[in-house]
Design a protein around this ligand. Structure first.
Ligand SMILES: [Zn+2]
Length: 305
């Protein structure tokens, strides 16, 4: 099976690179998320096939003046996209860990989100998305002109392969906009099967909700812990930067939000993740460059197989 066929089978939510002239609706297609090859990048900028942009919780509203906890999310995402494009080397791709929309996943929120993300796509960066509790599957698909289909009924899951790690993108969206998240038996079975079929490279699990706020969190942790090639879980939802580990030594990376922090404060921004054979280097980039977290580097080593 080719990568294209595999991608079509899983039908993940992927936004392809576009040319500047192509019309938005025509240019958004599903699938081909496994084609995250450096060959895709413009010749003008050097690329790093091991570097990924990890971002979460942009919470974009149709109204660009909308604030969340006193912060302007549109300004934040615009700044973040600018910083990604200013990187000396183009990353392999961008992974958005959910809550793309402001609150209930309105169609025009997604139109604004897609507009803000478009410069990344025009610069040949593939974007892979997980949905959060403030998203709406069908409305996102309508806005992005994608066809709704997945290997798991009513959930959107995918595998994104890269040279040093495979990313397993899950769908924890349960009810909008309530907590907690839910993976469900079928998705957990899909994950186990696909992890077992891809044992040769480090496996990175990507999901919106944190490892404690899903109805079936315990099942996910057990499933990851017992498969030694699973090295890390990246998530959003909490709107606060934090590193932790499961009992079995799987790293948990709680990404800082793009949009706005928790009620008690904290940084906003994104993470430049560079994968090595035996771990990952995480550099935090804050929208407020005076924040003490800005430009801090966190080196995670993979547990042994
Ligand atoms: Zn959120």
């Amino acid at each position: 099976m080719s990568y294209q066929e595999e991608a079509d089978k899983f039908m993940p939510i992927h936004l392809h690179p576009v040319s500047r002239r192509s019309f938005l609706k025509q240019s958004l297609v599903a699938g081909a998320g496994l084609l995250a090859s450096p060959m895709l990048f413009a010749a003008s900028r050097k690329s790093d096939a091991h570097a990924w942009v990890m971002m979460t919780d942009p919470h974009i509203a149709a109204d660009p003046t909308q604030l969340g906890r006193g912060m302007n999310m549109t300004d934040h995402l615009t700044q973040v996209c600018g910083e990604v494009l200013a990187l000396e080397k183009a990353p392999a791709g961008v992974i958005v860990h959910g809550d793309c929309a402001f609150s209930t996943g309105k169609l025009d929120d997604y139109e604004q989100f897609l507009k803000l993300m478009r410069p990344l796509r025009e610069n040949k960066l593939p974007i892979h998305l997980a949905l959060g509790n403030h998203d709406h599957r069908e409305r996102f698909y309508t806005a992005a002109n994608l066809k709704a289909s997945s290997a798991v009924p009513d959930k959107y899951v995918s595998v994104v392969k890269s040279e040093r790690a495979n990313f397993f993108i899950l769908d924890s969206l349960n009810e909008i906009p309530s907590n907690p998240g839910l993976l469900g038996e079928k998705q957990l079975q899909w994950l186990a099967k696909n992890l077992d079929a891809n044992k040769k490279k480090p496996a990175i699990v990507v999901v919106h909700h944190n490892e404690k706020r899903m109805i079936d969190s315990d099942k996910l942790i057990a499933l990851m812990d017992e498969r030694k090639h699973v090295k890390a879980l990246f998530h959003g939802h909490i709107h606060r930067w934090r590193l932790d580990e499961t009992p079995g030594g799987v790293h948990i990376v709680n990404l800082l939000p793009v949009g706005y922090p928790t009620a008690t404060g904290g940084a906003t921004g994104w993470v430049h993740a560079t994968f090595a054979a035996d771990g990952v280097r995480l550099e935090v980039r804050c929208t407020n460059q005076e924040d003490p977290l800005h430009r801090t580097v966190h080196q995670l080593s993979w547990r042994s197989a």
